[in-house]
Design a protein around this ligand. Structure first.
Ligand code: ATP
Ligand code: MG
Length: 147
């Protein structure tokens, strides 16, 4: 299924806007070109909503989150970059495990069940794509999805 990036991304931004606004988070869309994406649009939406939900949950108020989308070698690259609490190197390898959450206490502080990223990974793989993460504790996290 082919669809245009621009209306797709604006729909997603509209969906997360209320919760982002509540936390005073600035969501910035980088690379505003309009190109065609080849993917299952509902599943790609689910991927982005999960990553944007995490970016929101694990960020302080009044920080910025960048959503960047571009085309590279016939693939679509999507990155979600936050300035949040980050993930420790020891935890990184487990974040895609079902029900894994970095600290037990996080479930009380932030809510959630630890399912999001395991679903994201499955959906990315169903597209024959890859997901990568780069994170610094206390500085922020970048997720990069290539499909
Ligand atoms: P759910 O998504 O099911 O509501 P969740 O957000 O806790 O719950 P995942 O989305 O699977 O679960 O993420 C797993 C864990 O990885 C989180 O509990 C959190 O500790 C860590 N994590 C994920 N994204 C980020 C991020 N952007 N910044 C910091 N930590 C993150
Ligand atoms: Mg989540």
């Amino acid at each position: 299924e082919y669809f245009w990036s621009q209306p797709f991304l604006h729909k997603i931004i509209n969906l997360v806007e209320p919760s982002y606004r509540q936390k005073n988070l600035q969501l910035t869309l980088l690379n505003q070109t309009n190109f065609q994406i080849c993917a299952d649009s509902l599943r790609l939406q689910q991927i982005l909503l999960n990553l944007l939900d995490n970016a929101m949950k694990y960020s302080e108020e009044n920080t910025e989150i960048h959503l960047e989308v571009y085309q590279q070698n016939n693939q679509t690259v999507l990155t979600v970059r936050d300035q949040g609490i980050g993930i420790a190197p020891d935890d990184i390898e487990f974040i895609y495990d079902r029900l894994y959450r970095v600290e037990k206490s996080r479930s009380r502080t932030y809510g959630g069940s630890g399912i999001g990223l395991s679903v994201v990974k499955k959906l990315v793989e169903a597209h024959g794509g890859t997901i990568e993460v780069e994170s610094k504790l206390g500085k922020g996290t970048v997720f990069t999805v290539t499909i």
